[in-house]
Write a protein of this length. Structure first.
Length: 112
């Protein structure tokens, strides 16, 4: 059963990370057409992450050890993706938003 829980946590991390990446990209772009695509991707990933969160026990706040693991993995994953995007020429990406958005997202998902 622990294996399933770990898999659910990893799937949750992947989707919420994608949602946060697109939230930051959305703030960096002026083009409304691209912003709407990012918004769509953000919402899609958020909803999928929410479904995985509902399957992870406990339904309330996770144990401190799990919180640290989840938060650390999300921050690293988001930072890695945004640095990759910057290296591809994306501009105006604010890496300082990462931790704030991760904390907000984890609170909304009742992880912390």
């Amino acid at each position: 059963m622990v294996h399933n829980r770990n898999k659910l946590i990893d799937l949750f991390i992947g989707n919420i990370s994608n949602s946060i990446v697109h939230k930051i990209l959305e703030k960096a772009i002026d083009n409304e057409e691209i912003v709407s695509r990012y918004e769509k991707e953000l919402l899609n990933s958020w909803e999928i992450a929410k479904k995985y969160r509902e399957k992870i026990n406990p339904k309330t706040k996770l144990p401190e050890k799990d919180i640290e693991y989840v938060k650390d993995k999300i921050i690293k994953k988001v930072r890695k993706e945004l640095v990759l995007r910057i290296s591809k020429g994306y501009e105006n990406i604010d890496l300082n938003l990462i931790e704030k958005l991760v904390d907000e997202s984890l609170e909304k998902m009742e992880i912390i």
